[in-house]
Design a protein around this ligand. Structure first.
Ligand SMILES: Cc1cc2nc3c(=O)[nH]c(=O)nc-3n(C[C@H](O)[C@H](O)[C@H](O)COP(=O)(O)OP(=O)(O)OC[C@H]3O[C@@H](n4cnc5c(N)ncnc54)[C@H](O)[C@@H]3O)c2cc1C
Length: 578
């Protein structure tokens, strides 16, 4: 093992090295799936001293982990279901993430809870939020967010003038936290790689290596190269979310865990369409609807419906979009229309399957199973509690390894960019002066890169043209696009526009206006010629067109069929079962 100085990059060269290392020797653990759970398992295992590899079939976080509501929360809904342990656990994680593990990526966000009844509702909601606040203590940490407060209708309207006066009688405001979900996963993988984990995207597990019943590794297809390799490991951890049942089929056993998918759709609208200084939470007949501040936008969602169609590209239908608009419009004085919608995304909740048919009633808690020797399955849960899921999965790995493995220490492992972030934040005026960038731009960079901001600024020093914003998506600098390819594991245009940045959902053009410029910026670091640039832009354009058209369809089936008309630039393969 070599001891690294500085934060690991996830550039093309590092991917090649990671694959060579994984093929060269038996690892302690190989993780299948580069969503938040798989990334969490890799970090947990490598910081316990184990040798680790991680394989992701598509881009990191391209499954559910880039398509969530982006909240780090206890879940008021679980409180109402009297699931106090789940809420307490999640709120403790919230405090830890906000204050120690990723203060640069996770930040507090206020929500207004409008009351619609007089009398019983205020004491009921107030008592619930008081409990929510108190469950957030008790980790040796403060809560990390302010406590709730009661507001008259007049004071609530001052905070959220967009609300229709007749739609509510008063309000309670409380605080939770939010995160850029895709960025968090990628940062966790960089952190794991810094501690020595080998990680590679666009590597699909297509089979298992066996010695009798025992799983001894995985057969992997490098989707970029079209070649296959074997990765041997003493324990394999499956963290594939809504693909869990496929992996179980691949290993040939009847599974102990069954996961089914429930679709949730979110819309983005520009910030000026809803005049409010706070997020808003609304009750719906099935669940809740959030209106969440997101930079110069609002994220509004979500829905909750069963999904049995394509899992790599869940499609939002016209009905989903209408549902969200209808529910938010119920409280707004100036209703939103479809013309206000800048972006739409759909994600699939990995729900442990139970008897109930109602997806919103299925458990969000997780399960770890050891179906055959050498294989650990982990699934369910929610983003907020990924660290607990990872710890439980690696405890199961430790059980299967014939050696003493230290306890999980990820509660004391800050993610890359966290150390030194606060001091840089305090010095942001000086950083702005020395870099020549506006202080608002420095703040944006600090909240994306933390103390790794210096690496982005170095790119600008070397090539001052990278200090310019992208023409058509001016929240992002050209340097950020280059950095996504050199340091953050982006391998295709879609990775850059949908996950390293969120241009694909934050602009009315959905990234089309910047596709050529962005592709040209990453062409150098990724070794592309003109033909590849053309191909990337073409595939991205087709994706946007298919998504737009799918959002005009009335049903899931029609939306799915239209979305599938645009193939991936690097398609996954259909694996052969054991
Ligand atoms: C609409 C919605 C809103 C949500 N909001 C919140 C929220 O606000 N807060 C919260 O805490 N939670 C939220 N959640 C839940 C949370 O997002 C998920 O629980 C979490 O992201 C699941 O992560 P995962 O790693 O299990 O799955 P994924 O992120 O889907 O990762 C699984 C990965 O496995 C890869 N894979 C599959 N097969 C293979 C193979 N053969 N070889 C290699 N790789 C493979 C996939 O490509 C994928 O990247 C939300 C979920 C949804 C859908």
């Amino acid at each position: 093992m070599t001891v690294r100085t500085g934060t690991a990059r996830l550039g093309p060269e590092e991917r090649g090295t990671a694959l060579a290392q994984m093929a060269a020797r038996e690892l302690d653990v190989v993780v299948i799936g580069g969503g938040v759970v798989g990334a969490g398992v890799a970090l947990d295992a490598v910081t316990r001293g184990l040798s680790v590899g991680l394989l992701e079939a598509r881009d990191f976080a391209s499954g559910t982990s880039s398509r969530s509501s982006k909240l780090i929360h206890g879940g008021l809904r679980y409180l109402e279901q009297l699931n106090f342990d789940l809420v307490r656990e999640a709120l403790q994680e919230r405090a830890l993430l906000l204050q120690r593990i990723a203060p640069h990526l996770v930040r507090p966000v206020p929500f207004l809870f409008p009351l619609t009844h007089t009398g019983w509702e205020r004491p009921y909601v107030g008592a619930g939020l008081a409990l929510y606040d108190s469950l957030g203590f008790s980790f040796g940490f403060t809560r990390g967010v302010p406590g709730h407060r009661h507001l008259s209708r007049r004071r609530a309207l001052r905070l959220a003038p967009a609300l229709r006066r007749s739609a509510f009688t008063g309000a309670v405001q409380y605080w939770d936290a939010q995160v850029d979900d895709a960025r968090y996963v990628m940062t966790m993988l960089r952190t794991a790689a810094t501690y020595g984990a080998h990680v590679a995207s666009r590597t699909q597990v297509v089979g298992f290596l066996r010695e009798g019943e025992r799983v001894t590794g995985v057969r992997v297809r490098d989707l970029e190269a079209g070649t296959e390799l074997d990765v041997r490991a003493r324990q394999v951890v499956n963290a594939t979310g809504v693909w869990t049942d496929d992996i179980q089929e691949l290993v040939g056993g009847r599974g102990q865990i069954h996961v089914r998918a429930s679709k949730g759709v979110h819309l983005l609208v520009p910030r000026d369409r809803i005049h409010s200084l706070t997020g808003i939470i609304l009750r719906t007949e099935k669940s809740v609807l959030f209106v969440i501040p997101w930079g110069r936008h609002w994220i509004i969602g979500t829905t909750d419906t069963r999904w049995d169609l394509d899992r790599a590209h869940p499609a939002a239908s016209r009905a989903d979009i209408d549902y969200v608009l209808e529910h938010v419009n119920a409280v707004l004085s100036v209703p939103l229309t479809r013309d206000d919608v800048e972006g739409v995304y759909a994600g699939l909740r990995p729900l442990l399957s139970g008897e109930s048919e109602e997806t919103s009633k299925l458990s969000r808690e997780h399960m770890v199973a050891h179906p055959v020797p050498g294989l650990v399955m982990v699934a369910g849960g929610k983003y907020t509690t990924y660290r607990v899921m990872a710890k439980d999965a690696v405890d199961a790995v430790a059980h299967g390894l014939d050696q003493r493995v230290p306890r999980s220490c990820t509660d004391r492992i800050p993610l890359a960019g966290a150390e030194g972030y606060q001091a840089l934040w305090n010095a942001r005026q000086r950083l702005a002066a020395s870099s020549g960038l506006h202080v608002a731009r420095i703040e944006h960079l600090l909240q994306r890169y933390g103390s790794m901001i210096g690496e982005v600024l170095t790119l600008i020093e070397e090539d001052p043209s990278l200090a310019r914003p992208l023409a058509g998506a001016d929240d992002y600098l050209r340097a950020e696009i280059v950095y996504a390819a050199t340091h953050e594991g982006a391998r295709h245009l879609d990775d850059v526009l949908a996950r390293r940045t969120h241009i694909s959902i934050e602009t009315f053009h959905r990234g089309l206006a910047v596709a050529q410029e962005a592709a040209e910026l990453i062409a150098g670091p990724l070794g592309w010629g003109e033909e590849q640039v053309r191909r990337e832009v073409e595939y991205y354009t087709k994706r946007v067109e298919a998504e737009r058209l799918s959002q005009e369809q009335d049903t899931d089936q029609e939306a799915d069929a239209v979305r599938l008309g645009a193939p991936d630039v690097v398609p996954a393969v259909v694996p052969r079962s054991a």
